[in-house]
Design a protein. Structure first.
Length: 202
């Protein structure tokens, strides 16, 4: 278990760096990481997280497709401070403020859904942290596919809760990964804000 968990953590660090840079290749790393963590969470009984990573795999496919389509529409030249990927210029966006009510509602509904569905499947009372992380993570992933800056806000909350969860389940390598995620999420939010502002019409 330790070896495959360490491999997943290494992939996680690579993914985090690519996400921070808004590099499109993060989606490929995300797919491989999802497969690795499906195995890890199955063996530790974190079934909501296992389900999340199964959905992450398919959402990563959609994310790669969505970013490719958005990239074709992004013809406005960017400043030298903005992110340039290997495949071309890459813009980021602020989520419309009136969408927050939907983000909050979806996070709650999906968290509750995870809690009861995992309990029904496993026959045991699920870890509530596992379910909350599951619901919020999927909403954040959906926001990421749209290149919305605010996905980092959800990730800050998710990673804070994850630290508690992985301490409880003795997944210390993964706890380290999410501890770094938690810190980098603040820097990621600030960086994406800068890039999104630079790309806005003046």
């Amino acid at each position: 278990m330790a070896i495959i968990e360490i491999f997943g953590v290494l992939l996680g660090f690579i993914y985090l760096f690519l996400e921070y840079r808004a590099h499109q290749s993060m989606w490929l790393v995300s797919m491989v990481m999802a497969l690795v963590y499906i195995v890890v969470y199955f063996k530790t009984g974190l079934f909501a997280y296992m389900t999340i990573y199964g959905l992450y795999f398919w959402m990563s496919l959609y994310g790669a497709y969505r970013w490719k389509r958005l990239q074709k529409r992004e013809l406005t030249p960017l400043s030298e401070d903005e992110i340039v990927t290997a495949e071309g210029e890459n813009r980021l966006y602020f989520m419309p403020k009136n969408y927050w009510i939907w983000v909050i509602a979806l996070s709650i509904l999906m968290s509750v859904g995870f809690y009861y569905s995992v309990g029904a499947i496993s026959g045991e009372a699920p870890n509530p942290f596992d379910s909350i992380i599951g619901g919020m993570s999927l909403v954040a992933m959906g926001m990421l596919t749209q290149k919305w800056v605010e996905q980092w806000i959800l990730l800050i909350i998710v990673n804070a809760i994850s630290i508690v969860l992985f301490w409880q389940t003795a997944l210390y390598y993964t706890l380290l990964l999410h501890g770094v995620y938690f810190i980098i999420s603040f820097f990621g939010y600030l960086r994406w804000c800068k890039v999104a502002k630079a790309g806005e019409p003046q």
